[in-house]
Design a protein around this ligand. Structure first.
Ligand code: SF4
Length: 326
C-alpha cells in the first residue's frame, strides 16, 4: 500500500470543500479500496462521505422516485416503492455482486464503479483507461468479455453496473452538487463513451458529489424486469443483460423502455427496439422482430462474436417475460 490521508466528513459543505481540494469521495468502499490495493488507483486523500444525509427513498411530487446516493444496494432492492413500482431496478440490484457487497455498496458508488477489464486491473498491462496513451492490451488480447457496442480504438471495456442498465432503460437522472451549485444529468449523458479519452468515464466535475438518482414518472401499469446472463449463477458480471419495461393499455404497447448491459462500453439504450415496439400489439413474433434491432452497430472483437447472437436472444427472452408469450 502507499500513504494517503483519510478524512471523515459529516456535512455536505465540508465534503464539497474536501472534494474541491482534490479529495476522493468514498462511501461503501467496495470498489475504490480494491483498486487501491492493486495500486490501480492511488489517491492522496480519501474523503469518507458515508455520514452525509444522502439516504432515503421517496416518491417525488411528479410521480417518480428519488433514491438517495448513499442508500445501500440491498436496502434499495427490498424497498416497497422499488419492488412494486420498478421491479427492473430491484432485480438488477439483487443480481449484482454478493449479499455482503450489496449490504455495503451505495447506489452512487455503484454507477461510478470502474470496469472489470482484467488488463485495467493489471498494472503491468497497457491500458489507456488507467494510463492514457499507453495502448489497449485487450484489443489484441483475450477479449471474450469485452464490448461490442460503443467501442473505440482506445478502449473496448464494458461498463460493469447492472443498476445503471436498469436506470438507463428508465431514463433516470443523476443529481449532482458541486462548487457551482446543483444540477442534474440524464444517465445516458452521465456515463461517457470512451472515444479517444477512456480515462474520462463520467460527466462529473471536480469536487462534485452525487446526491441522488431520480427515476421519472412512468404511466401505470408498468411491467418490468431484468435478465442477466453470466458464466456462473452468482457473484459474476454480465456477459449480457437486458432491462425491459412496458406499458400496455387496450392491448397496445403505449410505452417501451429497454437497455442492455455487458455488451456496451456504457449501458446500452435500445432506442430502435423501443421504437419498434410502441404502437404494436404484444406477440411472440413482435418480440423476435424487435430484438433484431438490439445489435445495430455491433462491432465484435476476436473472441466475443458470440455476444451478437446472445444480445438478440437475451432481449427477445426478456421481452417475452415482461410482455407475455413465455
Ligand atoms: Fe484498458 Fe479499456 Fe483496453 Fe481494458 S479495454 S485494457 S480498460 S483501454
Amino acid at each position: 500500500m502507499f500513504p494517503f490521508s483519510y478524512t471523515r466528513v459529516s456535512d455536505v459543505p465540508a465534503a464539497l470543500a474536501a472534494g474541491h481540494r482534490g479529495g476522493r469521495y468514498i462511501a461503501g468502499g467496495t470498489t475504490l479500496v480494491d483498486l487501491m490495493r492493486e495500486t490501480v488507483e492511488r489517491p492522496d486523500e480519501l474523503v469518507d462521505i458515508d455520514a452525509l444525509p444522502l439516504r432515503g427513498i421517496a416518491a417525488t411530487t411528479g410521480g417518480g422516485l428519488r433514491l438517495g446516493a448513499l442508500v445501500r444496494m440491498a436496502e434499495a432492492a427490498r424497498h416497497p416503492l422499488v419492488r412494486t413500482g420498478y421491479p427492473v431496478v430491484s432485480q438488477a440490484l439483487e443480481l449484482s455482486a454478493s449479499p455482503q457487497l450489496r449490504n455495503m455498496a451505495s447506489l452512487g458508488g455503484n454507477i461510478m464503479q470502474r470496469t472489470r477489464c482484467t488488463y485495467f486491473r493489471d498494472v503491468s498491462a497497457a491500458c489507456n483507461k488507467r494510463q492514457p496513451g499507453s495502448g489497449c492490451a485487450a484489443l489484441d488480447g483475450y477479449n471474450r468479455t469485452h464490448a461490442i457496442l460503443g467501442t473505440s480504438d482506445a478502449c473496448v471495456a464494458t461498463h460493469p453496473s447492472d443498476l445503471a442498465v436498469a436506470l438507463t432503460a428508465l431514463d433516470a437522472t443523476v443529481h449532482l452538487l458541486g462548487p457551482d451549485g446543483a444540477r442534474h444529468v440524464a444517465i445516458g449523458d452521465f456515463l461517457l463513451l470512451p472515444g479517444s479519452t477512456p480515462q474520462h468515464e463520467q460527466a462529473i466535475r471536480p469536487g462534485e458529489l452525487i446526491t441522488a438518482i431520480e427515476i421519472p414518472a412512468h404511466p401505470r401499469p408498468l411491467a418490468s424486469g431484468y435478465l442477466k446472463v453470466r458464466d456462473r449463477q452468482s457473484y459474476e458480471f454480465a456477459l449480457c443483460s437486458a432491462a425491459v419495461a412496458l406499458h400496455v393499455r387496450g392491448g397496445v404497447i403505449r410505452e417501451a423502455r429497454a437497455a442492455a448491459g455487458g455488451v456496451g462500453t456504457v449501458p446500452w439504450k435500445l432506442r430502435a427496439v423501443e421504437q419498434h415496439l410502441i404502437g404494436q400489439r404484444p406477440s411472440p413474433a413482435l418480440w423476435t422482430r424487435a430484438a433484431r434491432y438490439a445489435t445495430a452497430g455491433a462491432r465484435p472483437l476476436r473472441h466475443n462474436g458470440f455476444k451478437v447472437e446472445l444480445l438478440m436472444r437475451t432481449v427477445e427472452r426478456q421481452l417475452r417475460v415482461v410482455g407475455g408469450g413465455m
